[in-house]
Design a protein. Structure first.
Length: 493
RNA sequence: GGUGUCGUGGCCGAGUGGCUAGGCUCAGCUCUGCAAAAGCUGCUACAGCGGUUCGAAUCCGCUCGACACCUCCA
C-alpha cells in the first residue's frame, strides 16, 4: 500500500539545522545508510538506542509503502584507537590483548551484536556489509582521491589533504566547524606523524610488521582508514547520492564530515540529502562510559543482574522507554524512568487485549479517522515517537470508554482503530506483547478462568473469605484479576 | 579556549508566537461486598533579567547553569 502519497514527512537535517520536507531522489524508493558498530566489544545500551531510533525510522518508512534499502555496516577493520601513527586498530588491539585471531574478535562481537538486536526485536537491514569485504572498493576510492589531488602518499600510507580540499570545498559543512578553528585547537598527539597537517586523516595505513590484519595495495601492505569504508560501501550499494544517512551524534565529527569530504574529493558530489543524528543515552544523568564503570549492557538490564536497577526489565519495556523520548534529545536511563515506562507499557498492552473483545455499535461517537491521522502526523514530524505514544494513550482512553459504554464505535471504525493501534504499536514501534509470546498462555488462561468461575460462585454465596483468597493468591503468583461490567479478566504482571 | 545543543510542573518527557502532549506519582469522586482495574476531576509548568509584539515558555540580547563534540566512541 502506498500510504506515502498521503503523508508529508519532515526530517531534521543536520546539514541545514532545520526540519525539511522529505523528498526521496526516486519516487517510492529510499536509500538509507546507518553507521554500524565497530565489533571490538559488547554493544551497550547507548548503541542500542541509536540503532533503535533508525529501526523505527526504517519500520515507519516501510509501513508507508516505500521500498527502503537500508544499509548498516559492520566495522571489522580500520578503526584506530587514536589518530597518531602509533595508533592501533581497535580489533587488532583486542585480539592482541586476548591472544586470539582478529577475526575471532570480529566473529564474537558480531554474533553478540546480532543477538542483542534480535532480543530487542530489530528488523534486519537490507544489506549489512563489512569493511573487510570491501577492501578492493576502498583501494579504488583512494586511487580516485589521489588522482584528483586531494590525497598524498608518505611511507606507504595515504592521507587525505584537508587543507587542499578546503581551498575549493567546505570542510566543516556538516559539523559547522571552520578549519581555522580546528587548526588552533587541535591537540598535539604523542608520537611522530607522517601527516602534513594534524587535520589530515588516514585513507590507508601501512601495517607494522607485527600487524596481522593487512591487505596488499599499490602503496603498501596495510589496511584502510575508518572513514573510508562507509563511503565505499554507501556508494556501492546506494549510489553516489542517496537519501538518508544516520548515525550517533558523536560520529558527526570527524567521521561523517570526512565521509562528505571523501565523496566530494572522489566523485565530486555531496553524497547525502538528509543527515540524521541520534542523541546519546545517559545512565543516571551521566554519560555512559566504560572507563568509569557507568555503563550497563543489555543482558545485565534484561536479567536484572546489575547495580543500577531495582529489577529486570523486558526488551519491550526498554524499547518503549526509548521511544518515549525524541531521538534527537539526550535521554537519561534511570530506575524510576524504567519503572514508569513499565506501568505505562502494561496499561497499553492491557488496553490492546481489551480492544480485541470490544463490541461495535451502530454509530460512532468518536472521530476515529482524525485520531488516526494524528498518529501519522506525529511520525511525519521528524519521527516524533513520544507524540505517537501520547496518541496511543488517547486510544487507550477510547478503548476503556467503549468498554464502559460511554463512547461507541461502528464496526467499520472499530476495525480502523484495531488496525491502526496494531500497526503503530507492533509494526512501527516494534513492541511485543509479552503475554502473547509466553508459551502455554492458552492453558494458563484456561486454568485462571476456572479459578475466576470458582471465585464468582463464592462471591455469589457471599463467601468473601474464599473469593479474596483466590484473588490474593493469584496476585502472589503474578496474576491480577480485574472486575468489570462484563465480568472478570486477568493480566500477568 | 572553539563549536553546538539545551534548561519545561513532584519525576520522566513532547511542543512551540495566542487553542497550553502523554506517561508515572499524588488527592478526591464514580463503580465495587471490599480491593484492584477502569472512568471522571484536581495539582497549570516552561532557569533568571531585559527587549520585540496586541500577545512569548516559544523570537532577540545578556546572565547563570547543564551537556556534547573539538582524540576513539552509537
Amino acid at each position: 500500500m502506498q500510504r506515502f502519497n498521503d503523508q508529508i514527512i519532515k526530517i531534521y537535517n543536520t546539514l541545514s539545522g532545520k526540519k525539511e520536507i522529505f523528498k526521496p531522489i526516486n519516487k517510492g524508493y529510499i536509500g538509507m545508510y546507518v553507521c554500524g558498530p565497530t565489533v571490538y566489544s559488547n554493544v551497550h545500551l547507548g548503541n542500542v538506542r541509536t540503532f533503535m531510533s533508525f529501526d523505527i525510522v526504517f519500520r515507519y518508512l516501510k509501513h508507508l509503502g516505500f521500498k527502503v534499502r537500508y544499509v548498516r555496516n559492520i566495522t571489522d577493520a580500520g578503526h584506530l584507537e587514536n589518530d597518531a601513527d602509533s595508533g592501533e586498530d581497535k580489533i587488532t588491539k583486542k585480539a592482541r590483548l586476548e591472544q586470539i585471531e582478529p577475526m575471532e574478535v570480529v566473529q564474537r562481537y558480531t554474533v553478540d551484536f546480532h543477538n542483542v538486536l534480535n532480543t530487542f526485536n530489530f528488523l534486519p537491514p537490507s544489506i549489512e556489509p563489512t569493511a573487510t569485504g570491501h577492501i578492493i572498493e576502498q583501494i579504488e576510492l583512494i586511487s580516485k582521491i589521489i588522482e584528483n589531488g586531494f590525497a598524498y602518499v608518505i611511507n606507504g600510507s595515504v592521507y587525505f589533504n584537508v587543507h587542499k580540499y578546503n581551498e575549493t570545498k567546505d570542510y566543516g559543512i556538516l559539523s559547522k566547524r571552520k578549519l581555522e578553528d580546528l587548526i588552533h585547537n587541535t591537540r598535539e598527539l604523542d608520537g611522530q606523524s607522517d601527516k602534513k597537517n594534524p587535520q589530515d586523516f588516514a585513507l590507508w595505513k601501512k601495517a607494522e610488521p607485527q600487524h596481522i590484519m593487512r591487505w596488499p595495495s599499490p602503496w603498501s601492505d596495510g589496511f584502510p582508514g575508518w572513514h573510508l569504508e562507509c563511503t565505499a560501501m554507501s556508494t556501492k550499494y546506494l549510489g553516489e547520492k542517496f537519501d538518508i544517512h544516520g548515525g550517533g551524534m558523536d560520529l558527526k565529527f570527524p567521521h561523517h564530515e570526512c565521509e562528505i569530504a571523501q565523496n566530494e574529493a572522489a566523485i565530486g558530489v555531496n553524497p547525502v540529502n538528509y543527515w540524521m543524528h541520534a542523541n546519546m543515552l545517559e545512565l543516571n544523568g551521566q554519560r555512559m562510559s566504560k572507563s568509569t564503570g557507568n555503563t550497563v549492557n543489555p543482558d545485565e538490564l534484561l536479567s536484572g543482574n546489575n547495580t543500577f536497577f531495582s529489577k529486570a526489565f523486558s526488551p519491550s519495556i526498554i524499547r518503549f522507554f526509548i521511544a518515549q523520548a525524541q531521538y534527537r534529545s539526550v535521554l537519561d536511563l534511570t530506575d524510576a524512568g524504567l519503572l514508569a515506562s513499565e506501568k505505562g507499557f502494561n496499561r497499553l498492552m492491557d488496553a490492546i487485549k481489551t480492544m480485541e473483545n470490544l463490541k461495535a455499535s451502530t454509530k460512532s461517537s468518536i472521530d476515529i479517522l482524525s485520531w488516526q491521522q494524528s498518529c501519522y502526523n506525529a511520525m511525519n514530524d521528524d519521527f516524533n515517537s513520544p507524540i505517537l505514544i501520547a496518541q496511543l494513550f488517547e486510544a487507550v482512553k477510547y478503548i476503556n470508554q467503549i468498554k464502559e459504554e460511554t463512547e461507541t464505535l461502528s464496526s467499520e471504525d472499530l476495525e480502523i482503530l484495531k488496525n491502526t493501534v496494531n500497526n503503530f504499536v507492533f509494526d512501527i514501534l516494534g513492541l511485543e506483547n509479552n503475554a502473547k509470546t509466553n508459551t502455554g498462555t492458552d492453558k494458563l488462561s484456561g486454568a485462571v478462568d476456572v479459578l475466576i468461575r470458582l471465585r464468582q460462585d463464592a462471591r455469589a454465596n457471599k463467601d468473601f473469605t474464599m473469593s479474596d483468597k483466590i484473588r490474593d493468591e493469584l496476585s502472589d503468583v503474578g496474576i491480577q484479576l480485574k472486575d468489570g461490567k462484563e465480568g472478570t479478566t486477568f493480566s500477568l504482571s
